[in-house]
Design a protein around this ligand. Structure first.
Ligand code: 13P
Length: 336
């Protein structure tokens, strides 16, 4: 099956009443884990890559290897998605490399400070115009998702404003909208199990009712399972105790209108925990296959479990892929 767009995948998800996980991958082994999980569960799948974050010798090499890998899964609808594109040039680079979906994160200026609403609107509109000319989908972001850094500090969270959401979607024409509801990226999220004062789930409901045609996205959705943190720490890591988004809240978000659930850290924890365990158990074996294989397999188990949780399992056969040229025509008709 040729690659599908995010728009088509999330339209299907709305019809089927489920969400798709967007799983971050930074090398082909992780991508293989996600695709094998999708094949195992018969799921449509979103592979998410961050520009500049790869174990390979550059984005272009990694992305080209990804296309080759995806060709081996002709039965699956696969969205190739750029996560958090920082500027139009990076989004263009992803499109030139065959991505069917790009996120333009106009919520932050280059350097990391929150941008103004007008700045976000302008840069997102620019990317949408170019992407839609090619049939490629666009995700924008409203408010800022928090983020933990390796020094333990945290980037601030600015909650999405429902009134701005309507204006943003109408003005930009984005296909999907990441809404900041209190989640945060990374391995250090909350100091206690998050309650209603941390995760503003009702914001999702409110925004969804104002922009019913736009697919909502929840970032920073890793759960940070304690047993994976403990496994990593037992074999040399030093991860502090932290709580992520409970599975039940993710499932609830789907009933409120979320169609794309971003998670990367849980699979990193699963992959690295299994690899650390293999390295710590056999101190004589230095062939990387010895520790990378259990890492890949642990990540596949984690991703398959989430695919079942989000409801995307069993939906791979629902698709008639729409070519990019046809998507481009539809966008032209929508705006004319
Ligand atoms: P986590 O850091 O919770 O895995 O979220 C990833 C994410 O939102 C990528 O955009």
């Amino acid at each position: 099956m040729p690659l599908v767009t995010l728009r088509q995948a999330l339209d299907e998800a709305r019809r089927g009443g489920y969400a798709l996980g967007a799983f971050n991958v930074s090398d082909v082994l992780q991508a293989e884990a996600v695709l094998d999980a999708a094949a195992e569960t018969s799921s449509p799948v979103i592979l998410a890559s961050l520009a500049g974050v790869t174990a390979h010798g550059g984005d272009e090499r990694f992305w080209s290897a990804l296309h080759h890998l995806i060709d081996g899964y002709p039965q699956l609808p696969v969205v190739l998605h750029l996560d958090h594109g920082p500027d139009p040039a990076t989004c263009r680079r992803a499109m030139d490399n065959g991505f069917t979906s790009v996120m333009i994160d106009g919520s932050l200026r280059v350097g990391g400070t929150p941008s103004s609403f007008a700045e976000n609107l302008a840069v997102t509109t620019e990317v949408v115009a170019e992407a839609h000319r090619h049939g490629v989908s666009v995700e924008g972001e409203l408010g800022t998702i928090g983020g933990s850094k390796t020094d333990g500090s945290r980037a601030p969270i600015v909650l999405a404003d429902p009134d701005q959401a309507r204006e943003f979607v109408t003005a930009t024409g984005v296909d999907a909208l990441a809404v900041a509801i209190g989640t945060s990226h990374g391995a250090y999220k909350f100091d206690a199990p998050p309650d209603g004062s941390v995760l503003q789930m009702t914001l999702i409901e409110k925004i969804s009712s104002l922009v019913p045609q736009t697919h909502l996205v929840m970032h920073g959705s890793s759960s940070l399972p304690a047993q994976l943190r403990e496994q990593n720490n037992r074999y040399g890591a030093g991860l502090p105790e932290s709580w992520g988004v409970p599975d039940a809240e993710k499932v609830r978000s789907v009933t409120m209108g979320v169609r794309k659930i971003n998670q990367g850290m849980d699979s990193h924890l699963a992959f690295t925990g299994a690899a650390r365990q293999a390295l710590g158990t056999d101190r004589l074996n230095v062939d990387p296959a010895y520790y990378l294989r259990p890492g890949r397999e642990a990540m596949q188990r984690m991703v398959a479990e989430r695919m079942r949780l989000f409801g995307q399992a069993g939906h791979a056969d629902d698709y008639q892929p729409v070519p990019l040229a046809e998507m481009a025509c539809r966008y032209t008709l929508e705006t004319s």
